[in-house]
Design a protein around this ligand. Sequence first.
Ligand code: ATP
Ligand code: MG
Length: 410
Amino acid sequence: MEYKAVRGVEDLIPPESLKFEKVVSTFKEVVERGGFKEVILPIFEEARLFTRSVGEATDIVQKEMYVFEDRGGRVIALRPEGTASAVRAYVERGVYAREPFTKWFYVGPMFRFERPQAGRKRQFFQAGAEVFGLSSPGIDAEVIKLAQDVLRRLKVEATLEVNSIGCKECRPEYRKALLVYLEKKLELLCKDCKERFSRNPLRVLDCKVEGCREVVKGAPKITDYLCRECREHYEKLKEYLKLLKVEFKENPLLVRGLDYYTKTVFEFKSDKLGAQSTVLAGGRYDYLVEELGGPKTPALGFAMGIDRVMLLVEEEREEREGVFVITRGEEAYRKGMEVVNLLREKGLKSEIDHRQGSFKAQMKAADRLLYRFALIIGEEELQNGFFSLKELSTGKQEKIESLKELLARL
Ligand code: ATP
Ligand code: MG
């Protein structure tokens, strides 16, 4: 074939696009119930926004970001994630000055240059939610519960893992302890982790290479190093999760692939996706707003991987709906076009078969397209001024005397 979509980029054609819609609309309904409002954010930003927020030493910035120079010489990146843009917009638009707290959600494509495989693409879709201005662990629990509600309503089974990764006060202590431990095991780490060891040792905990995972099992646990405030926040979070009847597993080795997180981090994992097990992930990022030039503002959020969720969602069974108009001859065809137009004006789904083939071929199309009714306008119908309405699931056919009766019948 001469033209192909770029590697790692997939089209969604029906019925996949219907499934996509189902995932997105479920997400929207659930978060809107929680008071979240939609933001439409740009797909590209200045690259330095991500370098600053996601972190210089992360895989995303080091290896995965699509960066290019535009015709005006600006260094641009296709967004690898949504939080950085949300925070940038929140600060740039001065939202903090008008609202004591803010709840936003977004849906859209993200771009990362990764090795494509099932559940890992170079253009993929996320649905995310962000909260600004709230520091209570109660909101952490609520956000996690909403995330769980989304997955539940989609009948996606996933286990929740939570952890706290501390703050500026306590993380340096932990970092020291981790370095001491890792130094002794340096030989066992992969090439990337040897580098992470000096630049960003917490990243080692997130490495997917088997040898590193073995080493990490024996590493000191951050939860043993939390300062009082972080410990209390974490304890309260767990209490509130229980209050909301959210089941969770503590994973003291859970860190996230982005640098901006503080305190609460969490992931929902499915055991049906192989290595690409995380379907939804998030956490608190209390310093990011300030780092991007805003006032000190606590914040948290999550992003759901729509592509991965789609691998776990059953195909939507379409309901039969609407009227497919079948005609023979020019006069019937004209009448049919008028009827279709009228039905659409009345809010009904309707199409006419413009091929005007055999009745059989037209009836087949009506069935394939999952119409509820076929409306037949043939010679007999035209001459005697009536329509035949056939219900496709039962095959039952009835005589309809006028358009008025047709509308009443539908
Ligand atoms: P992973 O560890 O699987 O690479 P991540 O930590 O990089 O994930 P996040 O940046 O937290 O992922 O993004 C949130 C969610 O977005 C992930 O849990 C996943 O479901 C989805 N996601 C991330 N990268 C991809 C991708 N390349 N293709 C499809 N979905 C992705
Ligand atoms: Mg990743």
